[in-house]
Design a protein around this ligand. Structure first.
Ligand code: SAH
Length: 210
């Protein structure tokens, strides 16, 4: 056990279980990934606090609850291949990588993508790949995906992401304006049919268009 495991357990209990996160795989992964390694060195004492934190480049690592809720909505399974849009610190990708077979993550800011790659290497998380590019285009080379999680706000679902879902695949994306969004589950129910379920109100940084 590392020295932060107690803080992690408390975060899982107070911030996740008490707020209704039930998926055992998600709870186990959140209890395993060392969040302190995904925040700036000056903020490690805040790593398990109940809020997003700045990670530089005017971006943030999401609040633990939001990472867990997003993962739970994806209903991840061990054999799944998942696409993560907006790598940021890499934390959300790291959590999913403890549950599924492959995680492919896209980040537009090169320094963030590079820092995330270095974290995955130092933790020996080998099933996560990072691409520097526009996440609105997905990652065609590794498609289709059983799950897609988008960690940046959009007023519409990028077409390429819809198309890169498997039939029966699930996407979680914050849909709305720049002030508030609904964490929305999109379920591909047929070749040309997607069903939308708007969920709780959230506030993410914008999904930038080129
Ligand atoms: N999942 C991250 C949170 C990232 S915040 C974590 O766990 O830390 C959202 C990220 O989306 C930012 O890093 C931002 O640079 C990135 N982003 C915004 N627009 C994007 C786009 N069009 N393509 C790829 N990444 C984008």
């Amino acid at each position: 056990m590392d020295d932060r495991s107690h803080e992690r357990e408390r975060m899982v209990e107070r911030q996740l279980v008490r707020r209704g996160i039930r998926d055992e795989r998600v709870l186990a992964a959140m209890g395993e990934v060392p969040r302190e390694q995904f925040v700036p060195s000056g903020l490690t004492h805040e790593a398990y606090s109940d809020r997003p934190l700045p990670i530089g480049e005017r971006q943030t690592i999401s609040q633990p609850y939001i990472v867990a809720r997003t993962a739970e909505l994806l209903a991840p399974q061990p054999a799944d291949r998942v696409l993560d849009i907006g790598t940021g610190s890499g934390y959300a990708a790291a959590v999913l990588s403890r549950i599924v077979a492959e995680v492919w993550s896209v980040e537009r800011i090169p320094d963030l993508a590079e820092a995330a790659r270095a974290r995955f290497a130092s933790l020996d998380y080998r099933n996560v790949g990072v691409l520097t590019g526009d996440g609105r285009l997905g990652w065609q080379e590794h498609a289709p995906f059983d799950g897609i999680q988008v960690a940046a706000a959009s007023d519409e679902v990028p077409r390429a992401l819809e198309e890169q879902l498997t039939i029966e695949g699930r996407m979680v994306i914050p849909l709305g304006d720049r002030f508030s969004q609904r964490l929305t589950l999109i379920h591909r129910v047929g070749d040309r049919r997607w069903r939308r379920e708007p969920g709780e109100l959230v506030r993410f940084v914008p999904l930038v268009r080129r």
